[in-house]
Design a protein around this ligand. Structure first.
Ligand code: ADP
Ligand code: MG
Ligand code: ZN
Length: 392
């Protein structure tokens, strides 16, 4: 009886599951990348051997978790063990050649594409994915979602930056607890401030003398400030740069859409938004600007009752999923109202917050953002440029 069942779980099935796992650095299936080096199945216990491109890759843990989750989805799997080795230099060279062949000679970057009268889009620099976070109106938790996603991605081993382009709202630097001033580095460019977990943050509020000074940025000034926050800052190599946009459809978000080489947009809404057309206006602006929308997050969706744990819908039934459907967007998830979010934000400790919901949203984002990056090998994966000390 037992063996009959187990016969159904074979290496091909495991291999099929592994095809869905993307290398977190390169964004291609680990099967295509020839990283799967062995599968053994013993009484429902699956051992998978994976060859990493870089020893001690900070993303190894993420890859391991992804492999485990993928294989666990198979029926009759009791346990999954992932063992890692490292590719030899020769294997790595072969892989580089293969990757370059697959993408062809590097074509001109979209950096120089002219998207509006007199506005030139800035180049992509060493940044893999530039993702803007937008909302129809203020106060829906756009900055919270931005900082949480940054924090989740950082925890998974990615290099992450946040560009706070919301010149009207309170600084995202505050919820992340960064207070130091950005300074000029040796090359003359501005060095962003780092959070305690290593997220690079650049916010106009950090450069202003008096954080309480009312700022009215208009027209060409908005344009040049945002361009400077992106271009004059030494971001270094990043996997993700998240851009916290001002709410609505005014000049400032428009400038970001026109100036930065965005790879994707995340829309944040709250249940109160729904009656009005504010969310769809913001979505339409993004669509008009040809920015691929990666999905919608509904924040403050519901409350978990502190007494009985039941879900309480404060603003009527959460409708984020329905809204996403109507707007033709993927639904990334619903985040509950959580008093500890407000507290940790006040204390500048938002990186200490974690919830499986946010982790799930970050994973969705990771998958969807990867699919949006067209020229994966234009610049080599970041980890590859860091030679492991042991091999030097
Ligand atoms: N899910 C949540 N639960 C509780 N408080 C939240 C939640 N999301 C955001 N907040 C709080 O609501 C306020 C507005 O959030 P913020 O991210 O600044 O909004 P926005 O950037 O859209 O203007 C902040 O005080 C923040 O701490
Ligand atoms: Mg904000
Ligand atoms: Zn209750």
């Amino acid at each position: 009886m037992r063996s009959e069942v187990l016969a159904l779980l074979d290496k091909n099935l495991v291999m099929d599951r592994l095809k869905t796992v993307l290398d977190p650095e390169i964004g291609r299936s680990i099967v295509d990348l020839n990283m799967v080096r062995g599968i053994t199945i013993n009484d429902g216990n699956v051992d998978v051997k994976i060859a990493l491109t870089v020893a001690h890759c900070p993303l190894a843990k993420t890859l391991q978790t992804d492999v485990e989750n993928a294989v666990r989805k198979l029926e009759d799997v009791r346990s999954v063990k992932v063992e890692t080795t490292t590719m030899t230099r020769k294997e790595l060279e072969e892989l580089k050649v293969k990757l370059h062949a697959a993408t062809g000679p590097s074509t001109p970057q979209k950096s120089s594409s002219v998207v509006g009268p007199g506005i030139e889009r800035l180049g992509r620099r060493g940044i893999r994915s530039i993702i803007a976070v937008i909302s129809g109106k203020g106060g829906v938790g756009k900055s919270f979602v931005t900082s949480m996603l940054a924090s989740e991605l950082k925890k998974r081993g990615y290099e992450v930056g946040i560009l706070d382009a919301d010149l009207t709202g309170p600084s995202i630097a505050k919820v992340l607890g960064v207070t130091g001033k950005p300074h000029k580095g040796p090359s003359g460019s501005i060095v962003p401030v780092k959070t305690k977990t290593g997220i690079k943050v650049m916010s106009i509020n950090l450069v202003l003398e008096d954080p309480n000074m009312p700022v009215v940025w208009r027209g060409p000034i908005v344009n040049s400030v945002i361009r400077q926050l992106y271009w004059d800052v030494d971001w270094g190599d990043l996997h993700y740069l998240l851009v916290d946009l001002p709410p609505g459809t005014s000049d400032a978000p428009l400038t970001v859409f026109q100036s930065l080489p965005l790879d994707g947009v995340i829309v944040v809404s709250s249940p109160q938004d729904l009656a009005s057309m504010i969310v769809s206006k913001a979505v339409n602006m993004a669509k008009k600007m040809d920015a691929p929308i990666l999905g919608l997050v509904e924040n403050m969706s519901y409350l978990n009752c502190p007494h009985c744990g039941q879900r309480v819908s404060l603003f009527g039934k959460p409708q984020g999923e329905k809204l996403a459907l109507e707007l033709g967007l993927p639904f990334l998830g619903a985040v509950p109202l959580d008093p500890s979010i407000a507290r940790l934000s006040d204390e500048g400790r938002i990186e200490d917050y974690s919830s499986p919901i946010i982790t799930g949203i970050a994973d969705e984002l990771r998958m969807r953002a990867t699919k949006q990056v067209e020229q994966l090998t234009q610049s080599l994966p970041i980890a590859w440029s860091v030679e492991p000390a042991s091999q030097a």
